[in-house]
Design a protein around this ligand. Sequence first.
Ligand code: CTP
Ligand code: MG
Length: 229
Amino acid sequence: SGYWVVVPAAGVGKRMGADRPKQYLPLLGRPLLSLTLRNILTWPGLAGVVVAVSEDDAYFPHLAEAKHPQVHRVTGGVERADSVLAALNFLATRESGETPVLVHDAARPCIALEDIEALLRADPVSLLAQPASDTVKSSRADGDRAVVDRTLDRNRIWLAQTPQRAPLGLLHSCLRRGLEQGAAITDEASALELFGHSPQLVPGRRDNLKVTHPSDIVLAETILRLRYA
Ligand code: CTP
Ligand code: MG
C-alpha cells in the first residue's frame, strides 16, 4: 500500500551552466538532490522512491540517501520523459497498476508538506500548479525579434509544477504510447492529455520553484532556510 515517488534526476543542467549537473550543486552545504530526497522521505504514506540518474553518474552513490532502503536507482534517458519512463518500467515489474505514483523533479527541493497533502486529497489524476500572476503573452517571430501575437486570458493560465500524480498503469501506458508517437512530452500531465485525460489542477505554493538558472540557487537557499529554521 501507499504511493511511490519517481524523481527524474538525469538532466545535465544546461541553463545552470555549472561544473556539474545542477542536482549535485550545494544548497546550504548539501547537494540539491540530497535535500529533495530527504524532503520526500518525510512524506506520510510513502512506499518508496525511484530516482532516475544518468548512466555515468558518479555523484549519486556518494549521497547519504542513496543507501536508504526506500530509495531505488534506475538509469534515466535522453529527455525527462525517457527518465520517468525508465522509473515506471522498474515499478511496473513490482507494483500493481492501481498504485499511485507522484513524479517530482529533483530540481524542486522546496516542495512543502502542505502541498503534498493537498495533492494526496485531490483527484487520482492531478498535479500541483500555480495560477499565473503575470499577464501572459503569446508571441510570433518578426524577423529576428519576438513580438506579441496576443494576450492570453490570465484567469485560465496555470504554471505546471511537480509533483504530478496518476495511477502507475495509466501513467505508464500514456507515457510509453506518447513517446512512441513522437509527441512533445514535457510533463506527466501532457502525456495523459494526449489520451483524453483532464488532470485536476491543485493550487500549489509559489515557492515550489524549479532550480533552473544560477539566480535560483540563492532563492531556494532562502526558502529552505526560512522553512527549516
Ligand atoms: N531530467 C531527467 N532526464 C533528462 C532531463 C531532465 O531526469 N533527460 C530531470 C532533471 O534532472 C530535473 C527535471 O528533470 O530534475 C527537470 O528538468 P530541468 O529542470 O529541465 O533540468 P535539466 O534538463 O537538467 O536542465 P536544462 O534543461 O537547463 O539542461
Ligand atoms: Mg531540461
